[in-house]
Ligand binder design. Structure first.
Ligand SMILES: [Zn+2]
Length: 320
């Protein structure tokens, strides 16, 4: 078995693809459209004998919703994902010795003001993420954020500058959402996040108002994310573009899972959930769900880390 290194790298990525399903159940790892969409960007680095650069806009900051997460700092959920991504890059190095270099482009600073996360929480999250990488001794991953683009600038000014330099055409964005394609799915997903995270006991307005505000803010989040993506394209024109969001078949961006399991709620990410251990296996759940399932909170260094679910079996058919 000696596949061309480019094909071997494609095999690894396709094994963790987060595909936007469109009702076609025939899709598999060998999909020629998806492979062809990535082949060129991988092959150019393989042939040059250098590490394959991969960009992943992700790990922005913890959701502000306590029903979803343990707090505003990274915990075991982030650590498991980083370990998974590092392992994936290490496996690339087995088939292409220069390996892959994954740049996690943390986009929290890009839109935290829209989603109600304080800048101080973004700073703390970024700092602790760097700690997670150090602790795990990752060799193939680095972190990059808006703070690296405009060092020494205050956060609001950074965001203004990003928008001024790289904003997408808003009318084109609206047309794309109205067009009903993948962008509509993304828009709906983000609207749902914003709605859920804002529906706290502190919110006094009506449900309809909250829905309307969430839809408006979803455009802002998507627009800012696109501005961030545009900037990254300028900085790394030849990198493989990964995404945490499911992408359609054959798209230039490649949707990828951040953990081994792929059958849970496909929108769950480490920053919208908690890590839960059940019978020695980890997965993500919303904080509230982990508590409701009788989970026991585990602290590490005095800080909330994850939950362990009870493993006692309840016989289903015993009646006395
Ligand atoms: Zn495909």
């Amino acid at each position: 078995m000696s596949a061309h290194p480019t094909d071997a790298v494609l095999d690894l990525l396709m094994g963790h693809q987060r595909l936007l399903h469109d009702g076609d159940g025939t899709h598999g790892r060998r999909c020629a459209r998806c492979r062809d969409a990535q082949r060129g960007r991988i092959d150019v680095h393989v042939r040059a004998g250098r590490a394959i650069p991969m960009l992943l806009p992700a790990f922005p900051a913890k959701s502000p919703n306590p029903d979803k997460v343990l707090g505003h700092l990274p915990d075991l959920a982030e650590e498991l994902s980083i370990a998974f991504l590092e392992e994936l890059c290490a496996r690339v190095a087995e088939v292409h010795p220069p390996g892959a270099h994954l740049i996690i482009c943390s986009d929290g600073r890009v839109f935290n003001d829209v989603v109600g996360i304080p800048d101080a929480h973004v700073s703390a999250y970024q700092r602790e993420m760097a700690d997670v990488l150090r602790r795990l001794g990752t060799a193939h991953i680095s972190l990059y954020s808006l703070d690296d683009v405009y060092p020494g600038t205050d956060p609001a000014a950074m965001r203004r500058k990003l928008w001024a330099d790289h904003a997408p055409e808003l009318e084109a964005l609206r047309d794309e959402v109205r067009g009903g394609g993948p962008m509509l799915g993304l828009y709906r997903g983000i609207t749902r996040f914003l709605y859920e995270d804002a529906r706290t006991p502190a919110f006094q307005g009506s449900n309809a108002t909250l829905q309307r505000e969430s839809r408006k803010r979803a455009y802002e989040v998507i627009g800012r994310s696109q501005a961030w993506g545009n900037l990254l394209s300028v900085l790394h024109p030849d990198a493989v573009r990964l995404s945490i969001h499911p992408q359609p078949c054959g798209h230039e961006k490649f949707g990828i899972f951040l953990q081994h399991t792929g059958d849970e709620d496909r929108w769950l990410t480490p920053w919208h959930a908690v890590a839960v251990e059940e019978r020695g296996r980890f997965r993500l759940m919303k904080h509230r769900a982990a508590k409701d399932a009788g989970g026991r909170l585990v602290l590490r260094d005095g800080r909330p880390s994850h939950y362990v679910l009870p493993t006692t079996d309840h016989p289903t058919s015993s009646k006395g």
